[in-house]
Design a protein around this ligand. Sequence first.
Ligand code: ADP
Length: 228
Amino acid sequence: MSRLCLILFGAPGSGKGTQAKLLRQSLGIAHISTGDMLRERVASGDPLGLEVESLMKAGSLVPDETVNRLVEERIEQPDSVSGFILDGFPRTVHQAKLLGELLAAKGIRPLVVHLKVDYNVIIARLSGRRLCPTCGALYSVTPNVRAASEVCDYDGTKLVVREDDREDVVRARLLAYEKQTAPVLACLKEAGYPAWDLEGAGESPHAIARKIETLIRDYRAGGEEARA
Ligand code: ADP
């Protein structure tokens, strides 16, 4: 069976990161989040981090060359050998082109899952999201169900609002998604990659993850080679 590459596609707040974390465990493959990689570089204060910090704070995209390089290096790491989930990449047509070349050279055909979520739901989700600044865990805080004490379950750190989850920045991120990222889905479909649109709200994250697992299992059982 070929190396699995799953592209999780969707707007900010559509649940890509949550799904990637669940699927990483059940599928036993690496989770590659460009947003997490970039945030780590910002936190470490290295030159690349300093270069991208203001763009990220404003909700704008980081230059293609920067993310392309990060992904290219990351998929060569040992934990990506049996496969990997791309969360937040490709986000522009140029990134999709590079990915296509990288994967073709390795004989990998990616599978694409598009998580569809209404923008009003997204805005509500992101404004109720809290981050543990120590370990990066994310929590959801709704007006009715407040996180017990708003501290991290793992390390007790006080939770904060992620800087780019402020409403004005969320709107900038959604705009960047509409203009630069949404057209990428058509490119991926045109490239002939198998792609599924899935409702990303109204069910528990576990239920959505099970649907994705079933799609992948059925596709692979149907003989991906025969369709290649
Ligand atoms: P979300 O998908 O919820 O916006 P991410 O954690 O994926 O959150 O991304 C946060 C920020 O990191 C983005 O707003 C952007 O500035 C930057 N970023 C992440 N992935 C990419 C990418 N593939 N290309 C350009 N910028 C990116």
